[in-house]
Ligand binder design. Structure first.
Ligand code: HEC
Length: 416
């Protein structure tokens, strides 16, 4: 989209300038691998592109030899200039908040592209950096939720949404606060995303248990909009590439201690190895927190005209006026396959852009945490706008869970 074309034009223009008047200007130092390109790859790529057998990405960028081989055989410059890699799509140039995701700075991007497109010099191995330390696990694991057995996603459908009722976190009704989570599917060829829900009432718990009992296989079939019609609250979301997730210090989402929870898995069968999955979720819990948190969902009204390259869906949600001062800590967006971008913002006491995605991939549905929380207040209104390409649709597209339908949702983590 806009950023991509600007970058490509800039890249082409700078190549022309360099070749036309390269001799009259002092040559820019040519980047080398050790200590320089190595740092960029370690900071932004190696978490997935490692040499570990359970790495997420199909090739390694962890050593000089790996990086040279990948530069020869994969479109690294293209992927980083388009910002499809690393796969963090929230605009992170400061124009709409600053996120902790590993978006490449303009400078690092140019260094990497120059190295990939040039001689790919090694430099001085003495400047080699130590291997990156793996992402920190949770500070404490107070409970492990388990979907209860091996579940083989239904090969007759392309997307299998499955809900699993899991144990309550405590034995009494006293509230527990979820302060962090680490989701571990066992089969990454099918696990597309996972959502942990709390159930809003005893009725919702009874409904979930009844649906589970009525379905002969492990868990029960459930729609992408949630585990029951009688009310469930989004606690934790996971998508491929997500590491352990910790809510900001002092905050956590309350759940009723002795009420069961539901793990909803979205299994996508496109690259399935046919084997089952057994997802587990480690939780860090607290008995009290300084600030109660919640995931606030903002839903866009999906009613898209056919054959439209930029069809939009939008919607708003007003915070109750009695809430006082609040903070937003991060945002996630959800659309299906036709999504091409989205924005979420807040109007009211201090209007602000909250997240802007200039491209979209169904496969990378990240939660983007802010470097600094954004102040909002009761009575403020959140707005979401999603952009879709319906060029290949002969009929209008409406809200729904199937791949023929679409969704437009923003999730904001808000606390007192
Ligand atoms: C969060 C995990 C993750 C991170 C971080 C990441 N990648 Fe990837 N990368 C993947 C996966 C998975 C694929 C396989 C294709 C896909 O699923 O999109 C991939 C594919 C690629 C490809 C092949 C794309 C193609 O069109 O064939 C390139 C090139 C690439 N990555 C480069 C990078 C570079 C360079 C970085 C860092 C600047 C990076 N990636 C960071 C996960 C990641």
């Amino acid at each position: 989209m806009k950023t991509v074309s600007t970058l490509l034009i800039a890249a082409v223009a700078s190549a022309l300038v360099t070749s036309a008047c390269g001799s009259s200007e002092p040559a820019a130092p040519v980047p080398v691998y050790y200590g320089e390109v190595q740092r960029i790859l370690q900071e932004s790529c190696v978490e997935c592109h490692s040499d570990s057998p359970d790495r997420l990405a199909p090739f390694s960028l962890a050593s000089y030899e790996d990086a040279v081989a990948a530069a020869q055989t994969t479109p690294i410059a293209f992927a980083v200039l388009h910002r499809t890699m690393p796969p963090y799509y929230a605009q992170n140039d400061g124009s709409c908040q600053t996120f902790t995701s590993k978006w490449l700075s303009e400078e690092d991007l140019q260094t990497l592209v120059t190295w990939v497109n040039g001689e790919r010099a090694a430099g001085d191995p003495a400047r080699s950096l130590p291997p990156p330390t793996p992402a920190p696990p949770l500070p404490a694991v107070d409970a492990t939720l388990d979907i209860g057995g091996d579940y083989t996603p239904d090969p007759r459908v392309s997307d299998d949404y499955r809900c699993f009722v899991v144990d309550a976190l405590g034995s009494s009704a006293a509230e527990k606060f979820v302060t962090g989570a680490h989701v571990s599917p066992s089969n990454f060829t099918v696990a597309h995303h996972a959502i942990l829900f709390s159930l809003d009432s005893a009725q919702a718990e009874a409904d979930a248990l009844a649906r589970d009992a009525a379905d002969p296989a492990l868990g029960y079939r459930c729609s992408s909009s949630g585990p029951t019609e009688s009310g469930a609250t989004f606690l934790i979301g996971w998508a491929p590439g997500n590491q352990a997730q910790l809510f900001p210090a002092g905050t956590g989402i309350p759940v009723v201690g002795n009420r069961k929870l539901v793990v909803q898995m979205h299994y996508n069968l496109a690259t399935s190895d046919g084997k089952p999955d057994r997802t587990r979720i480690d939780l860090d819990l607290a008995d009290t927190v300084a600030s109660r948190g919640a995931m606030v969902a903002v839903r866009g009204d999906v009613n898209l005209p056919a054959r439209t390259p930029d069809a939009t869906a939008s919607g708003t949600r007003r915070l109750p006026t009695n809430l006082g001062k609040l903070r937003v800590w991060g945002a996630a967006l959800h659309m299906h396959q036709r999504g091409i971008g989205a924005e979420v913002s807040v109007a009211g006491s201090q209007p602000a852009c909250l997240a802007k995605l200039e491209q979209w991939s169904f496969h990378w549905q990240h939660y983007y945490p802010y470097v600094n929380a954004v102040p909002v207040a009761g009575g403020d209104t959140f707005s979401v706008t999603c952009h879709f390409d319906t060029s290949n649709d002969a009929t209008p597209v409406r809200w729904g869970e199937g791949s023929a339908d679409e969704m437009c949702l923003a999730y904001l983590y808000v606390s007192q």
